[in-house]
Design a protein around this ligand. Structure first.
Ligand code: PLP
Length: 400
């Protein structure tokens, strides 16, 4: 019997989660696996965050909350945008959801008509396209390769817009490439969008604080203030504060759009867990040293990986400016044979061989709309990263 409707049947489960599960299964069978497939900080959430959650439980703050998020957390989000991005929002222009991911569900559920197009520059995060499709939209993938710095430019954007375009989906720093848009690059995109008043912008800024070099982060809303009424900023505490499991994301945008997202929340999840919101409040209002230390740690790891990958013949790799991934070109190795004579035709075959024979779990570029690459998360210990590079080198060295 089939249970799924056409919409559900038309999408797949998150590929990075599926690969992580496959790696876990092999490890449970006793295989020695280094799993670099999932993107989450490998350190504990700050202690004061956990304490704030415990305090919320002790004080009985365990009732339903407002659909938009608790007043105190929304106020803290307003302060965050002012302090870190020089952006002025009011409390009713921000909202809280179960992670940045749920904001995307809310926004597409609330705004897309059947067949509306969403422009998604690729490589892109694995979930964007399927979330759009699930809500009746048409993902329009626009390939932005290494020669373009993995970023969409004004001319390409202009050429991608049609009368059906509803949203442009931006993500800087990017998962999987680590590319960061500059103020000037955003302004050039803003110039195009000014000529297309129906097109709205989602700026996914979840990796805002994971900066690996001297390349500065700029919020899209900061770079293009004239588009404020058409811009939704998506962010959250998952990556900056190592709080992936707490499930707290937040958005800022025009009041009417935020009200529409809140309406979706009120009829779906009711509110985000109030205990997790107390923890997120502590993260945003407490000592921010944790955030900088995390970025420093990731920068050190990115350097280890970059130095090692540079020594492996056949790989193409540009060290990332932000986020915590190494997005590695394996195109030149495709078509080669393994020791057992199998031809590695594409990046999924490459990643499968790397996992099965060499015990290193990665995500193939195809999952990000970018065939010919694999992604390794660098959110792992120096030892694991060294081990991962040894395994990748051994695999590449074994190809004929
Ligand atoms: N956006 C991007 C680009 C991501 O990589 C992720 C998580 O991997 C998310 C959003 C989801 O974040 P959250 O944990 O807040 O749902």
């Amino acid at each position: 019997m089939t249970f799924e409707n056409k919409r559900a049947a038309g999408i797949k489960s998150s590929p990075s989660m599926a690969i992580a599960m496959a790696a876990k299964k092999l490890a449970a069978e006793g295989r020695d696996i280094i799993d670099l497939s999932l993107g989450e900080p490998d350190f504990e959430s700050p202690a004061h965050v956990a304490e704030a959650a415990a305090e919320a439980i002790r004080k009985g703050r365990v009732r339903y909350g407002a659909a938009a998020g608790t007043e105190s957390l929304r106020q803290a989000i307003v302060v965050k945008f002012s302090r870190e991005n020089q952006l002025d929002y009011t409390v009713d222009e921000v909202m809280v959801a179960n992670g940045a991911k749920q904001i995307l569900f809310d926004v597409f559920l609330a705004t897309l008509e059947q067949g509306d197009e969403v422009i998604i520059p690729t490589p892109c995060w694995v979930s964007y396209g399927d979330i759009v499709s699930l809500h009746g939209g048409e993902p329009v993938y626009v390939s932005c390769g290494p020669e373009a710095g993995f970023k969409i430019d004004a001319a390409t954007l202009e050429a991608s817009i049609t009368p059906k375009t509803r949203w442009l989906m931006l993500n800087s720093p990017s998962n999987p490439t680590g590319a960061i848009y500059s103020q000037a690059e955003y302004q050039a995109l803003g110039g195009v969008l000014a000529r297309h008043p129906r097109v709205l912008v989602i700026s996914d800024e979840i990796y805002e604080h994971v900066l690996l070099k001297d390349v500065p982060f700029v919020s899209f809303a900061q770079a293009c203030p004239e588009l404020r009424d058409r811009t939704l900023i998506v962010n959250g505490v998952s990556k900056a504060y190592a709080m992936t499991g707490w499930r707290v994301g937040y958005a800022a945008g025009p009041k009417a759009l935020i009200a529409a997202l809140n309406k979706m929340q009120s009829q779906s999840v009711t509110s985000v867990c109030t205990i997790a919101q107390a923890a997120a409040l502590a993260a945003l209002t407490g000592d921010q040293a944790f955030v900088g230390k995390g970025a420093q740690t990731f920068a050190g790891r990115a350097k280890i990986v970059a130095d090692r990958l540079a020594q492996i013949e056949g790989l193409d790799f540009t060290p990332p400016d932000g986020a915590f991934y190494a997005f590695i070109g394996v195109q030149r190795l495709l078509g080669r044979r393994t020791a057992t004579g199998d031809i590695l035709d594409d990046d999924p075959a490459f990643a499968a061989h790397l996992l099965q024979q060499f015990g290193l779990s990665s995500v193939p570029g195809a999952a990000f709309g970018a065939p010919g690459f694999i992604r390794l998360s660098i959110a792992a210990s120096d030892r694991e990263l060294e081990g991962a590079c040894d395994r990748l080198a051994a695999m590449v060295g074994s190809l004929k």
